[in-house]
Design a protein. Structure first.
Length: 255
């Protein structure tokens, strides 16, 4: 759990954006089901997968970079984190767009989500993006640690939370999540550890109102770098996983 909460709608997952809307968005036809969009979505999904494969192939001949200073870490986080253009023509910056506060979200012993300072981190960056029609929110996160062992330890902690807590509550609001579970993404290549994919369902927003949003958070480690993507939408939870894994591959290719 590492992604800071954007203030815009809707509430995100325990391990993703936590800030729910001040006004719950009205029901709407999901963007990928609108007239004329289905074909474009299919093409876009293929394009993302092809881009990921090409980027990974282009980097296969060189080693993963290393960062020994905060300045080096900052350069890498800004290169690797995804921008609106990476999510398609209907994606725009959310507000706030970037966060580099080095604060991670973890579940305590009672499965309440708490915020803790990142330990042994050289660099950290979230980028928050949303669809123009407010039906999807995505966050990409790059964490740079002082060594691979520190990155591996935090990765194990994130995974343990998903295995331990089927329900979670935000310690700073009324937000609640249910059906939290781990998903096998071991087929994703290019990482030292493909740590986990966590999925769940937001049922109550931060103001205590009923909510119905689904999220997938995928996390992978390469050396001292921990990469994470959260996809959150108001329908079609299965598509979240596809987008999260494709995005994680693209980020890996940018290291």
């Amino acid at each position: 759990m590492s992604i800071q909460p954007p203030p815009g709608p809707p509430a995100g997952p325990p391990s993703g954006p936590l800030g729910p809307p001040t006004v719950t968005p009205p029901p709407r036809c999901p963007w990928w089901r609108r007239s004329g969009v289905l074909a474009g979505v299919a093409v876009a999904a293929v394009a993302v997968a092809v881009v990921a494969a090409l980027v990974l192939a282009r980097h296969a001949g060189r080693g993963t970079p290393s960062a020994g200073t905060p300045a080096q870490a900052r350069d890498i986080t800004r290169r690797v984190a995804l921008a609106p253009a990476d999510w398609g023509p209907d994606a725009v910056r959310d507000d706030p767009y970037e966060n580099d506060d080095k604060v991670v979200l973890v579940a305590d012993d009672s499965c309440k989500v708490v915020r803790q300072p990142g330990v042994y981190m050289l660099g950290y960056l979230d980028r928050n993006v949303r669809k123009k029609d407010l039906t999807e929110y995505v966050t990409s996160t790059v964490m740079v640690y002082r060594g691979a062992g520190f990155a591996q330890a935090d990765a194990a902690r994130f995974r343990a939370d998903a295995q331990r807590c089927g329900k979670e509550a935000d310690s700073g609001s009324k937000a609640r999540w249910e059906d939290i579970h781990e998903v096998d993404i071991s087929t994703l290549k290019g990482f030292d550890d493909v740590v986990s994919a966590e999925e769940g369902h937001l049922t109550v927003d931060r103001d205590g109102r009923k909510a119905d949003w689904y999220y997938t958070t995928a996390t992978g480690r390469t050396g001292q770098f921990l990469l994470q993507v959260t996809v959150l939408r108001d329908a079609s939870p299965g598509r979240n996983r596809e987008e999260a894994l494709n995005a994680l591959s693209v980020m890996r290719g940018r290291l």
